[in-house]
Write a protein that binds this ligand. Structure first.
Ligand code: AMP
Ligand code: ZN
Length: 409
């Protein structure tokens, strides 16, 4: 069976063709399903949206409309002799795939509609069913996918806790059973990725800010480690250590002990009793910090060390908060498997610290780098698994609609 999956919920247009190699039975027993990625084409709009400092919805819609037919041609060419068949007008007669999976929410409604309308046209032309997919379920299943090789959906130990961290969402989702979802915590304001992007903008860095801030923070961490190696064990606590002798560079030491120790940002909602998050206060704290630092030096962003120090403390605040809440939920619900997915899950510091904090009794899964952000491989996986779970029952094509605020349940 072949599935064509379409993703247009935000600023990435993506189409995949997956082949299912083995059937799955969901119920008492789950037989591992194996997939092969036959073709995968993506078009990212990052460069277009960069000048607006974020995603501009009507521009995203226009780009999806432009990209979808081109990507379709690319993927079909990989599995059929598409161009030749078009010339011979054969393509309308036979269906190249058996099922279409398309994201119907959450996301930007104008963008979602472009994918849905495109999917409906193809489904009618080829007389095949459509399975609408919740984008967030796609992210939860993304750690099982591979962008290039064949892959298997293994049996996963439940309960599962998923931390979804992206530009639009920060959610903790409990799955007491496989493919059953309950949101137990979410952000009350900004998403984690959005906070990264907004802080980057305050620091005059381009969109998307997450990868740049995290690179600056990693550089600061490296310098901090190097400088600590140059300080003996009993030199006292961070912030009061005298300069060490030996191989260390005094500049690196002054970086970590004077500047970084001056910067302290809040760990938001850490004392709240629920599993909700809030990142807008942290963002405002960065704004005030920058304002205060600028009083001493109006050109702070010409100084790489200052940028690194702010990025380090900001990233530490975000990652510590995410891990603290995840750990609390893990203990409460006796979680066996933790999934971290969404664009922010590609953050190296989050990956290292999450694995360390969750201990050996819990499996912690992250997607491969290519599948952390929005992609259509995860939509194909979710679409097929839902198709099987629902005993191959699909909604009427005319009833499929975009749902910008769709929630997992
Ligand atoms: P998504 O919404 O899933 O497409 O993910 C995009 C979001 O992830 C944007 O807000 C990015 O800034 C953020 N992001 C991407 N890479 C990283 C990273 N390494 N660290 C933190 N945030 C990141
Ligand atoms: Zn997403």
């Amino acid at each position: 069976m072949k599935i064509l999956s379409i993703e247009t919920s935000c600023d990435d247009t993506a189409i995949t063709i997956l082949e299912v190699k083995k059937n799955t039975y969901i119920g008492k027993k789950t037989i591992p399903t194996s997939f092969e990625v036959l073709a995968n084409s993506t078009n990212s709009q990052i460069k277009i949206h960069r000048e607006f400092g974020g995603v501009f919805p009507m521009m995203a819609k226009r780009e999806h409309i432009k990209n979808l037919p081109l990507l379709l041609e690319q993927v079909l060419e990989k599995i059929t002799n598409y161009k030749l068949e078009i010339r011979r007008k054969k393509i309308n007669k036979k269906k190249p795939v058996d099922l279409i999976a398309v994201t119907y929410g959450p996301g930007l409604e104008p963008s979602l509609w472009t994918g849905i309308v495109f999917a409906k046209e193809l489904a009618k032309k080829w007389s095949i069913p459509i399975m609408p997919v919740n984008h967030m379920e796609g992210h939860i299943l993304s750690p099982f996918g591979k962008s290039k090789e064949k892959f298997i959906i293994p049996n996963i130990k439940t309960p599962i806790l998923s931390l979804l961290v992206s530009g639009g969402h920060t959610e903790l989702i409990l799955s007491k059973k496989w493919m059953q979802y309950k949101i137990i915590g979410e952000t009350l304001d900004d998403a984690a990725g959005e906070a990264y992007d907004k802080v980057a903008r305050m620091m005059d860095l381009p969109y998307p800010g997450g990868p740049i801030i995290s690179k600056l923070a990693e550089e600061a961490r490296k310098k901090e480690k190097q400088s600590l190696r140059g300080v003996s064990q009993d030199d006292g606590p961070r912030g009061s250590a005298p300069l060490a002798s030996g191989d260390s560079d005094p500049e690196k030491i002054s970086f970590s002990f004077s500047l970084a120790s001056k910067i302290k940002l809040p760990r938001p909602m850490i004392y709240s009793k629920n599993f909700d998050f809030s990142f807008s206060g942290l963002k405002t704290a960065v704004l005030y910090l920058i304002r205060d630092l600028k009083k001493e030096n109006p050109n702070i962003f010409k100084d790489e060390k200052i940028k690194q120090a702010i990025a380090l403390e900001f990233e530490n605040a975000v990652v510590e908060t995410l891990i603290y809440k995840t750990k609390k939920a893990k203990e409460k619900y006796k979680i066996k498997t933790i999934i971290v997915a969404g664009g922010v899950s590609s953050n190296k510091h989050l990956q290292r610290e999450m694995k360390k904090a969750m201990g050996k009794d819990t499996e912690v899964l992250f997607p491969e780098k290519e599948l952390t952000g929005d992609n259509s491989i995860m939509i194909g996986i979710a679409g097929y698994l839902q198709f099987i779970k629902k005993n191959k029952k699909v909604p009427k094509i005319s009833s499929i609609k975009a749902k910008g605020n769709l929630r997992l349940r």
